[in-house]
Design a protein around this ligand. Sequence first.
Ligand code: SF4
Length: 295
Amino acid sequence: MPQGPRQQQPPRSRTPAWLKVKTGKAELARRTRSLLRDCEVRTVCEAAMCPNIGECFCAGTATFMILGGVCTRDCRFCAVERGTPAPPDPEEPASVAEAAAKLGLDYVVLTCVTRDDLADGGAAHFVATMEALRGRITNIQIETLTSDFAGRVESLARVLQAHPAVYNHNVETVRRLQTSVRPQADYDRSIGVLRRAAELSADIPIKSGLMVGLGETVEEVEETFSDLADAGCSIVTIGQYLQPSPQHLPVASYVPPEQFKEYEQLGRERGIAQVVSGPFVRSSYHAGDVASLVD
Ligand code: SF4
């Protein structure tokens, strides 16, 4: 008898006991926050209300969000402000380099708001920020977590030519849920961006990530792993979706830790070398440690 799709368990309910964030010492987190304010830089940690912010800021690390604080897309899971952004700030690359130097970082994750209003999607600004970081910190490694650049291969190529330590673009969810989760994006376009990145730069590890708890089935997650492996991804992150506000998509289910373990196994079986899977895993969580595993 054919089996139906395996739904994640348990169904939507109050926040379960396993979703307890690590906070760390408030004073250390305050220090990081104030340093970032002084340097006038944005982080996705704050803009996207990341649950790991206490842990990461206490450890003196953060993920920089460049190209301003306003996104041109309307993804239903994301807390970043949306609207019409200002032109990129030419001072931002130097400010990010200053903040990274003051934090003592040797591995930096750079991400951005999506800038469909810019002809290059912000690629030149990415490269300028990478150059500023390298000019300021010797031997720094930079992971780039970009938008899909609306599919513009030349923008993708420009970032890859600057040789990031890891190239990352998130597929965010399974194929069926793309329209409700990220209406202006496209599953095949994202897979295409990852595939092209792998073709253009065989020596750069390619990474992607997705959220679970949005209503996907286990089989759909497995299919996504297969598509990502086929596109050339060697690192995939997978974490629980958390609703940032009542205006965002509701959580469909809280995925238990055992299911995250199973996803880790399934991802490896589908050909992905490093699957980082857990309720609080986010794209940039312990990114330097993860990157070192695929070097
Ligand atoms: S996991 Fe990433 S986005 Fe979240 S707080 Fe840590 S560095 Fe920031």
